[in-house]
Ligand binder design. Structure first.
Ligand code: C2E
Ligand code: MG
Ligand code: MG
Length: 746
């Protein structure tokens, strides 16, 4: 029976009893009760009345006490009910699974969370776990609770569920078994552990800064890169890393972007703990809380100092010459374009400088010395120009300068002379003194050149002209010069083709003794009639061939044709001589002797019947080599004639070194011989010298009888000239044969 019902019954009993008592004293039947007590006990009415009243009062008080007690019990019962329901609600709402195991290890109480787990992993799994927990855990002495992590396959799911169990001793051999699904917790722990590992092992430096600008966290890479440990920087401002390299504006702009866009990234130079400055690629991003307020900023950076070095290296490789460290072509072109665009009031000039005979230095002294020369020369050049000018190595021994001068021609001449002067001081290379000259070409921005490429090309042309004019000088580009050079370029191209097609012919000009009747031999002279260019003079195309490296192939072709055509004459008359011209460069070429040997043996020609005409140019360079090759040729049996004598670099002292057979007096001394006493005197001196040296002396370019008479009177007896014969093709020579004019030596 409930407490409420008990209370109601008691109340009814009291009510009925009270009514009964009252009635007993006031109403009729009470009279009988009084009569009874009066007769039996001798009680008076008033005494009986008092006794009844007393009884009633005592009974009432008793009832009242019982009522109060009942009320208190009721209240207690009510509070216990609400506590229990609160406890139940609590149990129901707890995120932990709770169950009670009784003495027999049966589950007597479970909360919904527990049921959920039971539902997920199954009755059997729960029972097994309870068993395991009880067996392993609480059998041990003094053990009141036990924790266990257990993984289960979920019944309605393919995934696993991880539960953390806790068993503790309850009252009277009961146990409380708690379970917590920690699958997600474990996963997020695992993930945060991985994230932590990543952050700690990434080569990227990480720094977390709070809104008070205090560093809260740095990772290992931060420590490695900056040299600061976590304890060094924790609580410090990130400005501890400032290098002083960037101004306030830099940081202002950084903050502005950070606030506006939530992130900033770029290159920044910071300072390590040891004071070294390093370059890093930094990216900063803001971290916001759920309300969108910035709580932290995270800086992540990688050191790119090495990349910067690579970048600088690549830049240097791309724009600078590795040997001299001067600008290279690319950079020069770039700067020249910029100077043109700047359109300064001053005159823009391009100066092309080419060292004279650098190849000779390189070949004879070795490439190391050659390189040293280039480096030293580059330094001299650099010192000689202003900061606003640009000097570059164009390639090989070619250097190029872009300058702006105030008064064009005076300025240019001053500058070029200064450059030539620079070279006056000898170069001291590896303890060896070297005198070097250069040829300079200048082009001026304006009429002849409007673009950078025109300017460079014109300066190159002018330099080329300076070389032709004898080197160690400068030339300023002009349109006329351009025409000549363009012509030479055309000649070169056509000549290359002509050599390949063997279109170069050979004519022969007889040389005579005393008079026309005594032909002693003939000079082979190259002839070229081009389809497009027409007749090109040998002087022109041979010079082009010399300057473009075509001379080797050309000479081989001419020699071949000359010897082939000379062969019948050679066989018919063993005294007849064939004169072949050699260019100065050929006489320094190691291939010359093998070439000559090969050709004469090919046609079966005696070297004694071949006269090699060399010019005085050989005295200008590589004199020792020329002397060596000449004496080699002599040893083989060839005859040597010094052609165009008196026009070149006639150092008479060289004559004693060169074992020559003949001097060939140049035509220029013959032209005015009748009128020029001076020329007569020179020719006389040459004749005397030849006689003293016991060598022949032939005069070339004899055109008139008068000249012949004059020359004869002076003691000449060998001639070559139009007066006797013009150069002619081989078939015409054969006609001479037929006319029996070839008389040979007297
Ligand atoms: P060079 O060796 O002094 O040849 C003589 C030049 O004088 C030839 O000119 C010849 O035609 C010219 N000549 C001869 N007699 C007279 C004359 O009475 N009056 C005039 N006005 N000229 C006369 P060419 O054939 O034009 O050759 C010019 C130069 O070209 C040659 O001068 C020679 O240095 C060079 N040359 C010609 N053929 C060859 C060759 O096969 N190899 C080399 N390396 N040089 C050659
Ligand atoms: Mg000649
Ligand atoms: Mg000559």
């Amino acid at each position: 029976m409930g407490l409420y019902n008990l209370r109601r019954s008691l109340f009814l009993v009291i009510l009925v009893s009270t009514l009964f008592m009252s009635l007993t004293v006031t109403i009729e039947p009470a009279e009988h009760v009084y009569a009874y007590f009066h007769s039996k006990l001798g009680l008076e009415y008033y005494a009986l009345n008092d006794a009844v009243l007393g009884l009633l009062l005592a009974f009432g008080l008793m009832l009242f006490g019982a009522l109060i007690q009942l009320n208190t019990a009721r209240k207690k019962e009510l509070s216990s009910i609400s506590e229990r329901s609160a406890l139940k609600a609590l149990l129901d709402s707890l995120p932990i699974a709770i169950s009670k195991l009784d003495k027999k290890h049966q589950l007597t109480l479970t909360n919904p969370r527990f049921e959920k787990i039971r539902h997920a992993i199954g009755e059997e799994a729960v029972a097994n776990t309870a068993k395991t927990l009880l067996e392993t855990g609480l059998t041990k002495k003094n053990q009141h609770s036990l924790e266990l992590k257990q993984s289960y396959p979920q019944l309605n799911n393919t995934s696993e569920i991880l539960i953390e169990w806790n068993l503790c001793q309850g009252d009277e051999d009961s146990y409380l078994m708690q379970g917590r699904d920690i699958t997600q917790l474990e996963e997020s722990y695992r993930q945060s552990h991985i994230a932590q590992q990543i952050i700690n092992n990434t080569p990227v430096g990480v720094m977390v800064v709070n809104t008070n600008q205090e560093i809260e966290y740095v990772n290992r890479s931060f420590e490695l890169i900056t040299g600061y440990s976590t304890s060094d920087v924790k609580g410090q401002s990130p400005s501890i890393l400032k290098s002083g390299y960037h101004g306030k504006d830099f940081y202002k702009a950084m903050n502005k972007t950070l606030i506006k866009e939530g992130m900033w990234q770029g290159e920044i130079r910071n300072r390590r703990k040891n004071g070294d400055i390093f370059l890093e690629w930094l990216s900063i991003s803001s971290l916001k809380d759920a309300q969108g307020h910035i709580t932290h900023s995270i800086g992540m950076f990688s050191e790119i100092t090495a990349q910067e070095h690579v970048r600088e290296k690549l830049h240097t490789l791309a724009y600078y010459d590795s040997l001299t460290s001067l600008a290279n072509r690319t950079l020069f072109n770039d700067r020249l374009e910029r100077l043109i665009k700047n359109n300064s009031k001053r005159t823009l000039c391009v100066v092309f400088i080419d060292l004279d005979d650098f190849k000779r230095i390189n070949d004879s002294l070795g490439h190391d010395i050659g390189d040293q020369l280039l480096v030293t020369f580059a330094k001299r050049l650099q010192y000689s120009i202003r900061g606003s000018d640009t000097v570059a190595r164009w390639g090989g021994d070619e250097f190029i300068i872009a300058i702006e001068v105030s008064e064009s021609f005076e300025g240019i001449s001053h500058f070029c002379n200064k450059q030539l002067q620079l070279l006056k001081a000898p170069f001291n290379l590896n303890g060896r003194e070297l005198n070097v000259t250069a040829s300079i070409g200048v082009s001026i921005y304006g009429e002849d050149a409007q673009t950078a490429s025109d300017l460079i090309r014109n300066a190159d042309i002018a330099m080329y002209q300076a070389k032709r004019q004898g080197k160690n000088r400068y030339e300023v580009f002009s349109s006329k010069l351009h025409k000549d050079i363009s012509e030479n370029i055309e000649i070169e191209n056509r000549l290359r083709l002509a050599i390949r097609k063997q279109q170069i012919d050979v004519h022969f000009q007889p040389q005579v003794r005393t008079n026309k009747k005594h032909i002693i031999g003939f000079e082979a002279l190259a002839r070229w009639t081009d389809e497009e260019l027409g007749n090109v003079s040998p002087q022109k195309f041979i010079t082009v061939a010399e300057n473009t490296g075509l001379i080797g192939d050309l000479s081989a072709l001419i020699l071949n044709k000359a010897l082939e055509q000379f062969k019948p004459f050679h066989d018919a008359d063993t005294n007849l001589l064939l004169s072949v011209n050699l260019s100065a460069s050929q006489l320094q070429d190691d291939d010359l002797i093998p070439l000559l040997k090969k050709k004469i043996s090919l046609y079966g020609i005696r070297p004694q019947q071949v006269k090699l005409e060399i010019t005085e140019d050989i005295f200008i360079s590589k004199i020792e080599k020329s002397i060596g090759i000449t004496s080699e040729l002599k040893k083989i049996g060839f005859k040597i004639s010094l052609d165009d004598f008196g026009t070149g670099y006639s150092s008479l002292s060289y004559l004693k070194d060169f074992d020559i057979d003949e001097l060939k007096i140049d035509r220029s001394f013959v032209i005015n011989i009748e009128k020029s006493e001076r020329n007569k005197a020179i020719i006389t001196a040459m004749l005397v010298m030849a006689e003293i040296l016991s060598i022949d002396c032939i005069v070339e370019g004899v055109e008139t009888e008068k000249q012949l008479i004059e020359l004869k009177s002076m003691g000449c007896n060998l001639y070559q000239g139009y007066f006797f014969y013009k150069p002619m093709p081989c078939n015409e020579l054969e006609l001479l044969f037929e006319q029996d004019l070839l008389l040979g030596v007297e």
